[in-house]
Design a protein around this ligand. Sequence first.
Ligand code: 3PY
Length: 252
Amino acid sequence: TERRPLIAGNWKMNGLRADARRLAVEIGTLRQFKPDAAFDLLVCPPFTVLEAVSQMIENTGVYLGAQTCHVAEKGAHTGDISAAMVADSGCSHVILGHSERRTNHAETNDQVNAQAKAAHEQSLIAIICVGETEAERESGKALEVVAEQVKASVPDDSSYGNTVIAYEPVWAIGTGKVATPDDVQEVHANIRKVLAEKLGQEEADGIRILYGGSMKPENAKELLALGDVDGGLIGGASLKAEDFWAIAQSCP
Ligand code: 3PY
């Protein structure tokens, strides 16, 4: 299975309506200018501007995603947003288990697994995030920790059509530190091995594994050229259309 690169912007908690609209228009315009470029572009703004961004990127080919969803379809969950609501807002994707969610909202592998199932039921593509902390890497446990996260967070109904993995070493998120290409390729190849054991080789060969953690125009080319890196989940650099586009243009 050919893995088409996915360049995903994680806007995090950034974007009031006016700025979000402007950024969305800029990204949509760039995409329309090169509709045949062989990568998928995805923007994941905060819930409050999904609707506004959705209108701005209509018919541009840019995909829309949310940054999390609740496991339940509806009900007494004040402040939460369900996968059905995410889909209803025009999203095709949802980021799940980002390390900031795991840390700030105590999300566990089991919860991320249930969220991904809920997303799949709404025909959303789940982008499941995994990654080790600095202490775990320093004690030589990076591969083991990430393998455990993949085993536990990826539901059994996952396929290359409905699931993307994002490897984000926690110590590289928003710090400017980037993992070395050798380290990234090693982790990505091991994630694919774990996916093959769990879902079979065909699914594992088709599932896109993104690198995240301070990806920017200056380091994107080297990272995106790695055999098991199938795109990027981009934080800060996704808030500037020209940087986001430059990263996408770095796809091999
Ligand atoms: C980063 O680039 O720092 C991210 O966390 C992207 O999700």
